[in-house]
Design a protein. Sequence first.
Length: 255
Amino acid sequence: MLLFFFFAPPAAHAAQSPVAAQAAPAPPEISQADLVKTGRAALKFLVSNCGHEDAEVRLEAAKAFGELGNKSAVRLLTRMLKDKNLYVRLEAAYSLQLLGDDRGFKNIANIIHISSQPAAPGAKPAAPGGKPAAPVTKAVNPAEELAAIKRDKVRAAAVEKLGIIGGVEAVQILEQTLEDPSGIVRDATAIALAKLGFEEFVAPLVAALKAKDEGVRAAGARALWQSGLTVGLDELRAASEDEIPEVRAEAMRAL
């Protein structure tokens, strides 16, 4: 009997187990009314999370409104531009931009132009749309320095958004941030301009893959991944066999 089971043709096996031969059940049909109900529930869920105590939850809610293209969320997103968390403000501004509201771009620009340095006594903040404030000579304590680093990171994230948005106004701002006091912002600017097709910023990223310094090679591969460009593939393949694990990992991700 066992020999028959193993060597019998497929039809014999089918005869032994009729349950296996049954067709898979069809998925349940969802009515239009159920879809509408589900959509309303999802929208209500997003709206309720816009005031969540966790900034990450608020950020994801702001992001979802832009991705869904729901223009009824414009008023809510406008309120979120005043969120205490800069990343939430940035995501709300970007969602407004996606929804065709000019206030989105203006607020992204405002975040970029937040001073990266602690204000000197009596110093005036940079005007919206103006150049970033120049670094001050005032000595700072560790807490102020950490706060400045955090601000620079969100400013760099805002620069990345401009690299996605593109356009004349975005490029004009990026030309200014090329001379920003913060290295993080300058690096983000170079990547954004490379992403927008400015060749003079693409070549240095590829050249960095051949640098003697392993940190520069890793940074070059990371920048190419962030830019989303399909350039320097030969150099990336070579870097994927680099003796340094971090360089190999960044190159593989860029490929």
